[in-house]
Each structure stands twice: as structure tokens, then as C-alpha cells.
Design a protein around this ligand. Structure first.
Ligand code: AMP
Length: 564
């Protein structure tokens, strides 16, 4: 069963799988569209609608339409309340995923069982966990979460291998190319520098803002249109004071923005409260009113390039623009004039889903080959494929190729490709400063450190026979690392319990923090002198409390049964 690739986007989502030749194909559902708006309309407390229909209805029923939910991922406090029911961001996202998968299986005739879901590179631990939870709620086996720029680079790398190879430099892994992925979507922005070698994709630096995207451009246009409308119709109500009027304005603004990507000027009709204005909007005006947003993406890109520079990357060979908003001419202009780059648009809507499908195919082959080697006793369950004897790995790849009817070289290449990535946000612990007594963040891992991470930190007990210590693990929240508690985001507030009696003050508790390629953090502790593992009971803000998770799952299952 194929592992599908899903781009769970802020404004639109898409799903793809690898075809028999290993090429990514985007699955279109009943609508025939390659992308589906990530919008949910809660029509009643029992019925909901996802996609274009929901987006269109948004105008008529704005209070029951949930859009841009991706911006809320990982925010454990946030709920969308409609018809007396409240939905977490993961639960709303699960409805989008479920609809996308059902629609795709309708078109392809193959159920979507397992998937790789993409996330912005800048997503931290909480947002990644919320994404996995959304997939689980939707009944999917989430094989992995993959950073969107890596997916875009995979699809670019695949296309390049298929077409015109343009490697630029030679290095220890053979020829390689350094690529900047500038990804401006509907609600998030990511800048990533990636090195693309023949069999290795290495992320060198990431930066971004998941509260910055096309929707912010729409908002600025809305404000401008409302101001002009009110100036021309002083007796009419401000359309922004009415939710249906505001929704209508957002739709008009988004349409105007797209039109201005192709021409210099457009006209927007604003009709509200019995009044009507035809407002001319030029590309120059749009660029002027959104220059601060554009500047922020440039500043973040610059800082990403500087971080890559610290890793010895003097210049990037290629700049790929992905995400629908990078179609705005101002993006290319600013990258050229401000950063001296020569960017190219790369399949802006579908590169991420296609790359996720390629990665899904790799994961599927890895699973198959690993299973084969474990069954034959050539690999232990916890070991990595590269730990297998080379001849046995070859033989297992051949068996997989025969079983699937694929060329051996394709299986081998897919298995051999390695993805190295970095931490998107630093993490550490809160501790009292011994000089001032103030609580401060002590950073254990810094943004752009290479994954996987395995760090340890020792804590001493403060009294004899102390049986537990409190621990608070935080993630970097602000752009730069800061020791101030208010610049951090609490990931885990926990207690390390079960410290055995009979030990003096200062006895050592060692805490291990590990983070795998998926960017998910795991924490465990042990008592050094007693050589005893300790229990960490933790509340993670990451998702929801266990009880709430169970309640939401039941609720979704009930909805699903009713739908069936
Ligand atoms: P994505 O999240 O990558 O699907 O990007 C969606 C965003 O791209 C939305 O904010 C769209 O308004 C924006 N977008 C799509 N096409 C265009 C275009 N031709 N010009 C400007 N923005 C666009």
C-alpha cells in the first residue's frame, strides 16, 4: 500500500503518491482540482463541509467557517467554537485531511492508509505533534512529518536528475548544489538553505515565521479597500464592521492580489450597506502598502543566508521560490534587488506534495527492506539499514525490486538518499540564576544544530532524600535566543520522580534530551549513583491532555460513523 505525501497547507492542501516509475503524481478528487482549500464549514453540530464549497459558503456563514487553522497548530489553548461544539486545531485539520484522503481514494481507487505529512521547517515540537495528532484523528498512519522546503528540494532534485543535471561544485559526497528555498505560502513563510548532493539532502539553516503569508497581504488590501469605500460613502457602514461584509472583502482582496500578479492595475467592486464603489488598485499601490511584510521575508531570508554562511556556504547556486504567494512579482524583485539573487519559480503549488510523495515512497521501500532483513536475521529491529551487511542489503533491495516490479537502481537510489536536517528552534530548561535568583532559560540546543540530537544535562538534588525534581523544558519563541522567560514557549512542565532514598544533597540526576529527524523531542532521566531510570510525568502543552485527546477522538469517530 503506497505511502502518500500530503501537503497540509494553510490555505490549500494537496495529496500525491509515487507512480510505478517512481514519479510523483498529484491525485485529483471529484472536483478535478489538484489543490483543495483548507477551509471547513460547520453547517450544523453534525455536518461539515471541506474545500471549495466551504470557502464559497464562507461569505454567507462566516461565524461557522474555519480557515487558516494551520496558524493555530500547537496552540493548545485555541478552539474553534461552532454550533456549541469546540474544535482544537488538530481536530479541524483532521477533517481537512480526511476529506482530502477520501476524495483522492475516490479518484485513484486506492485507499489512503499511511502518509507523510509536510510541515513548515520552522514548526517546532508542538506544532509537529499537533500535525501527527491530526493525521491520527483522520485515521492515518503518519509515517513521518517532513519539512516543506525539504519536500520542495526533493521534487526539484528529482526533476533535475530526470532532466538537466546542473551540479555546481564538487565535495566529499560528489557533486553538489546549494539551494535556497524561499517559501511564501498562504499563512507561513520559510527560508531554508539546503545542500543537494547526489545521495544526500542536507539542511544547513532554517528561518521563518508561521504568522506571515499571503493572508497578511489580503488583510492589508482589505484595510485599504475599506478605507477607500468609507471615504467615498461616508454614510454607509464600514464593511469590516460586519462579518459577512469583511468575508466578502477578503475574497475580493485575494482575487485582486492574484490579478495584480499578471497586470499592473485592477478594479474591485465593493458593495455594502446599500452603497457601491468601484476601486482601482494598482500593483504599485499593493507593493507600497505591503512593503513591511515583504521586508520581513527579506530580513528572515538574509538571516537564514547568514546562518548558512557560518557553516561555510559563501553563496547559493540556485534560489527556488515555492508557495503560491511567491508568484507576486514583488517577491522576485526584492530577492534580486535586496539580496542580489536570481530566483526561479518552482512548481509553486505542488512541489511540496510531490516531494512528500517521493519521500513517502522512500519510507515505504525502507520499511519493506528493513522488514525483509529483520525477518532473515540480518538486522535487529532497532538498527538502521546502513548497519546491515552490504551484501545482504543489496540482496534485500533486489527482492523488493522484484516484488514491486521496479528497477533495482530505483530502489537502491531511493534507499540510499539521506536527509540531514537541523533543529528549527532551540530548546532548553528553565533554571534559577544562582547570582540573581531569577528564573532564566538555559539553552541546551540551538537553532540550526544538526539532527539527530542527543544531549544530557545533570541536575543536583537540593536536599537529602529528595524524591522528585521539577523540570520545565522550553522552546525558543523569539527570533534570537534570549534568556528571558517571556521569550520562551513552555514545552513540558514535568516532575522527575522515583529518586531513591538514602542519597545526599547534590546527588546527580542526568536528563537526556533526544530529537530525531522528525524534530520531535523525547526526554528521559536517570539517577547516576543508583544507575536507576526515573519516571518523568509531564504535561505537554504540545497537544492536549490525554483525556481531551480521547474525548476528541471519540467525538470524531462518532461523526465518522454518522457520516458512514
Ligand atoms: P499556498 O499556501 O502555497 O497554497 O499559497 C496560497 C497563497 O498563495 C494564497 O495566499 C494565495 O492568495 C496566494 N496566491 C496564489 N496564486 C497567487 C498569485 N497568482 N498571485 C499572488 N498570490 C497568489
Amino acid at each position: 500500500m503506497a505511502v502518500h505525501g500530503i501537503d497540509l497547507g494553510t490555505t490549500c492542501s494537496a495529496i500525491a503518491r509515487s507512480d510505478r516509475d517512481g514519479r510523483p503524481e498529484v491525485l485529483v478528487g471529484m472536483t478535478g482540482e489538484a489543490t483543495v482549500p483548507s477551509v471547513v464549514l460547520f453547517a450544523s453540530d453534525r455536518e461539515h463541509l471541506v474545500g471549495e464549497g466551504a470557502r464559497r459558503q464562507a461569505r454567507l456563514d462566516p461565524d461557522h467557517v474555519c480557515a487558516l487553522v494551520k496558524r493555530r497548530m500547537g496552540d493548545s489553548e485555541w478552539r474553534f467554537v461552532s454550533h456549541g461544539r469546540s474544535w482544537s486545531a488538530a481536530a479541524v485539520s483532521s477533517l481537512i485531511l480526511k476529506s482530502l484522503c477520501e476524495d483522492a481514494s475516490f479518484g485513484s481507487g486506492e485507499p489512503v492508509v499511511s502518509a507523510v505529512i509536510t510541515v513548515p521547517a520552522y514548526f517546532g515540537d508542538e506544532e509537529r505533534r499537533a500535525t501527527i495528532l491530526a493525521g491520527t484523528y483522520a485515521g492515518l498512519d503518519v509515517v513521518d512529518v517532513l519539512s516543506e522546503p525539504i519536500a520542495a528540494a526533493l521534487s526539484y532534485g528529482f526533476g533535475r536528475l530526470d532532466g538537466a543535471p546542473t551540479m555546481t561544485k564538487d565535495g566529499p559526497d560528489g557533486a553538489y548544489e546549494t539551494v535556497l528555498v524561499y517559501d511564501l505560502g498562504g499563512g507561513t513563510f520559510d527560508a531554508t538553505v539546503i545542500e543537494l548532493a547526489d545521495r544526500r539532502i542536507s539542511v544547513l539553516s532554517v528561518d521563518g515565521d508561521h504568522q506571515l503569508g499571503g493572508a497578511d497581504w489580503d488583510e492589508r488590501i482589505c484595510l485599504h479597500l475599506a478605507r477607500r469605500f468609507c471615504a467615498e460613502n461616508p454614510d454607509a457602514e464600514d464593511p469590516l464592521d460586519d462579518s459577512a461584509g469583511a468575508q466578502e472583502l477578503v475574497i475580493a482582496a485575494e482575487r485582486a492580489k492574484r490579478e495584480l500578479s499578471d497586470r499592473e492595475s485592477t478594479e474591485v467592486v465593493v458593495a455594502h450597506d446599500g452603497a457601491r464603489s468601484t476601486i482601482t488598485l494598482t500593483r504599485a499601490e499593493l507593493e507600497d502598502m505591503t512593503s513591511a511584510l515583504m521586508r520581513r521575508t527579506i530580513d528572515l531570508t538574509r538571516s537564514c543566508l547568514e546562518a548558512a554562511g557560518k557553516r561555510g556556504v559563501g553563496s547559493v547556486g540556485r534560489v527556488l521560490m515555492v508557495g503560491g504567494s511567491s508568484r507576486m512579482p514583488m517577491v522576485e524583485k526584492a530577492l534580486r534587488s535586496e539580496l542580489g539573487l536570481a530566483p526561479e519559480l518552482h512548481d509553486p503549488d505542488l512541489a511540496v506534495a510531490k516531494g512528500a510523495a517521493l519521500y513517502g515512497a522512500k519510507k515505504e521501500l525502507e520499511r519493506m527492506v528493513t522488514g525483509d532483513l529483520v525477518t532473515r536475521g540480518h538486522l535487529r529491529a532497532a538498527e538502521l539499514l546502513e548497519d546491515a551487511p552490504p551484501a545482504e542489503l543489496d540482496a534485500a533491495c533486489r527482492r523488493a525490486a522484484d516484488a514491486l516490479g521496479l528497477p533495482l537502481a530505483q530502489v537502491r537510489r531511493s534507499i540510499d538518499i539521506k536527509v540531514d536536517t537541523v533543529v528549527s528552534r532551540g530548546f532548553g530548561v528553565l533554571a534559577a540564576n544562582p547570582m540573581t535568583g531569577e528564573l532564566e532559560a538555559v539553552w541546551l540546543v540551538h537553532r540550526n544544530d544538526h539532527l539527530p540530537i542527543n544531549v544530557q544535562r545533570s541536575f543536583g538534588t537540593v536536599r537529602r532524600d529528595q524524591d522528585a525534581i521539577e523540570i520545565r523544558i522550553v522552546e525558543q519563541q523569539s527570533q534570537a535566543e534570549s534568556i528571558r522567560v517571556q521569550d520562551t514557549k513552555l514545552l513540558i512542565a514535568g516532575k522527575i520522580e522515583g529518586i531513591p532514598p538514602g542519597y545526599d544533597e547534590g546527588s546527580e540526576i542526568r536528563v537526556h534530551f533526544t530529537m530525531g529527524f522528525d524534530g520531535l523531542l523525547t526526554v528521559f532521566a536517570h539517577h547516576v549513583d543508583a544507575a536507576l531510570p526515573l519516571t518523568l510525568t509531564a504535561q505537554t502543552g504540545a497537544t492536549l491532555s490525554q483525556a481531551e485527546v480521547a474525548r476528541e477522538r471519540d467525538q470524531l469517530q462518532r461523526t465518522r460513523r454518522r457520516d458512514a
